[in-house]
Unconditional design. Structure first.
Length: 112
């Protein structure tokens, strides 16, 4: 498999995650200040750091375990929720941000 124009894909994914996160939160009548955890698809650490920077998200709010388990594809968010279950505080709000092939995006709010 050969990735074509990886730099363009990087910026498209970062822009898409950032824009859709802001749009989704506005549609839900909330903003990032009301979100305790951002749990993104764990595909690429550079993408995650750039999205956090653009959203001005404090590092402690974005949960990342990419270094421990790598890119586990569509299982990355459920695996993170499972492995962090002891550390996630009940009653807190998590924003789930999934990215898939073809630049598909899915977002959801989860009350823990």
């Amino acid at each position: 498999m050969q990735m074509r124009n990886g730099e363009q894909i990087f910026f498209e994914v970062v822009e898409g995650m950032t824009r859709h996160t802001q749009t989704f939160l506005a549609a839900m009548g909330t903003d990032l200040s009301q979100i305790d955890y951002l749990i993104p698809h764990q595909a690429n650490g550079l993408i995650l750091r750039e999205v956090a920077r653009r959203l001005q998200l404090p590092p402690e709010k974005m949960l990342i375990q990419l270094g421990e388990v790598g890119n586990t594809s569509s299982a990355s968010i459920p695996l993170l929720l499972s492995s962090w279950r002891e550390r996630l505080q009940p009653g807190k709000t998590a924003l789930l941000v999934a990215v898939g092939a073809g630049h598909t995006l899915g977002l959801g709010l989860l009350k823990l």
